[in-house]
Design a protein around this ligand. Sequence first.
Ligand code: SF4
Length: 264
Amino acid sequence: MDKGYLELIKDICSWLRFQRSLGVEFVAGSPEISRFLSSADLHDPTNKNISGRYLFAGRSRKGIPGDSVPISSAHTLQGLKSVVERCKRCDLHRSRTNVVFGEGPEDARLLVVGEAPGRQEDQEGRPFVGVSGELLTKMLRAINISRTECFITSVVKCRPPGNRTPDQHEIAKCAPFLFRQIELIKPSFILALGLVAAHTLLKIDSPLKSLRGKWHRLGNARVMITYHPAYLLRFGGIHQKNLKREAWHDLQMLEKEYVASKST
Ligand code: SF4
């Protein structure tokens, strides 16, 4: 992000704080402001100065807990979790049973990122506990990685009704939580499962086929992209066999580097 743009953001934040100190609770919006607020750069994890903070600043509305809390004020995963659990930043909060923040060690070397909670995850408040979760556990076990040594989460923390794919607005609202998780956990490796995770993390919209099977980078983490377990389960026969073979190739690449990095 260029310096002028950063200065502009700082000025707007300071103006919004001033307005808030005067008791102003709402600021008139416009399509331009909406575009600006949903700018991908604003949740760029490499932008330590503004990551998450601005996305929450100046949106104070009474009765909407979690909406006015700066993400950067959460200095631990537990602190961030309590912010996310009160979040009502998008309409998915209306139909959720539980927020699914994610689980695993705070210093996990591998972060696994899915798309969004499904029905069972929503019921239990835990990630990947349904049929897809069983397959994920098997996939990790096949490369000698225990589920308990990874931090497992998703791009969107509340279940989209009917397990639909989260829309762009929901992803834009929720992704700053994922990026803050990455800042706090500092994983060496990220396994992105499916298109939504890949596109959100890498901010590109290439087809999954062209993204999988090679390494990408996000800050200090190396990112491997593969198929979402739910996608692998959607097909049968030879098509599923081919997809699984490709996923196996991706996982073996991950295993090789993950094991090698343990010994350094
Ligand atoms: S999906 Fe994310 S942004 Fe939307 S309400 Fe849930 S936690 Fe908040």
